[in-house]
Design a protein around this ligand. Structure first.
Ligand SMILES: [Zn+2]
Length: 338
């Protein structure tokens, strides 16, 4: 090989041996072997070589090209393997093996978010530390109302600031923020907090899912139809749901959906505490006072809201028998194929 070509080979073989990243190697590859690279330029200059030397020069040039290609390809294998342990390089993070899975509660939330998005709902979020006004007053639960005994609250700064006790609190913020943007169809998952003793069925942190619609001419039929569709989507077309009249201060009338136990089909088993039915949450037509509290005229607008617990639901779907497992660091469960 002539001196000039030898010089190129030595210089670049040295450079390539010192490289540590794939990006640097790619730069060198383009510089040498790219369309406008050194090797192509040398091939183009072949016309300036004396005709009797051209054949020999051409063959040496091809030899140089092959040697450089081999050096780059060998280096490429080693920089790839060292890159996999470099967390600073985003490309290497993508190349790490995919292990682990989303938390089962997150999976259930996403399943519901997708369903409600397909029905034209937007997904909303709200604050975790809330005021007494938004958690109780605006939801038609004034001071001294017996409903306040139903949920022992966790106060940050009594009596004003507390951790939200229900996703209906997010509804208070949503309604106020939307009063000039009606109609709305909105759904939201959220963690909620109550002063509960922790055992295998209760926790002071739990998860709820809520959907809210405010529009003109909304009726109970829209509420039941939406809930029916949700249960059928999640549990199949044969799911049996009954709706019982129930009292919740923020709705009028209030309805509690119960699903026939999918394990015993109404015969009674430990999952349904031998009732044959599983309570799925609370719902109803938004109380006119709640709309008025948010600055929405209840004579012009009506709405429905329903909220349900996600923990028991997710546990049943994933065969988890202790609610504490959901918040533990050792979530030994088999992710369902989705
Ligand atoms: Zn059962």
């Amino acid at each position: 090989m002539n001196d000039n070509l030898n010089k190129i080979l030595n210089q670049y073989s040295n450079q390539i041996s010192l490289l540590t990243s794939k990006a640097e190697l790619e730069n060198i590859r383009v510089e040498l072997l790219g369309r406008k690279g050194i090797i192509n330029e040398l091939f183009q200059n072949i016309k300036n070589i004396a005709p009797e030397e051209r054949k020999n020069y051409g063959s040496e040039l091809n030899q140089l090209k092959t040697e450089l290609e081999n050096l780059i390809s060998q280096k490429s294998a080693t920089v790839t393997s060292t890159q996999q342990i470099s967390v600073s390089d985003q490309k290497s993070i993508i190349s790490l093996p995919k292990i682990g899975h989303l938390h089962p509660i997150t999976q259930t939330e996403e399943q519901l978010n997708n369903l409600f998005r397909s029905l034209g709902f937007s997904i909303y979020d709200g604050p975790v530390i809330v005021t007494d006004e938004y958690n109780f007053e605006r939801l038609n639960v004034p001071a001294n109302h017996p409903a306040r005994d139903m949920q022992d609250s966790l106060y940050i700064d009594e009596p004003q600031y507390l951790l939200r006790t229900q996703t209906s609190t997010i509804e208070s913020y949503l309604l106020e923020a939307s009063k000039d943007k009606l109609p709305i169809r909105t759904a939201f998952p959220g963690t909620t907090y109550r002063n509960e003793k922790v055992n295998r069925s209760n926790h002071f942190i739990f998860h709820q899912y809520q959907a809210v619609v405010v529009d003109k001419n909304i009726t109970m039929k829209d509420l039941i139809g939406t809930m029916d569709l949700m249960f059928k989507t999640l549990y199949g077309p044969d799911v049996v749901v009954r709706y019982r009249a129930k009292y919740y201060p923020e709705v009028e009338p209030g309805v509690g959906p119960d699903m026939q136990c999918f394990k015993c089909h109404g015969q009674g088993c430990p999952l349904c505490k031998h009732a044959g039915w599983i309570e799925m949450g609370g719902s109803g037509m938004i109380h006119p006072k709640v709309l008025a509290n948010a600055g929405i005229d209840p004579k012009e607008w009506r709405g429905f809201a329903f909220g349900m617990g996600l923990d028991r639901w997710t546990m049943a779907q994933n065969n988890i028998h202790d609610i504490r497992t959901l918040l533990g660091g050792n979530l030994a469960y088999k992710p369902s194929a989705k």
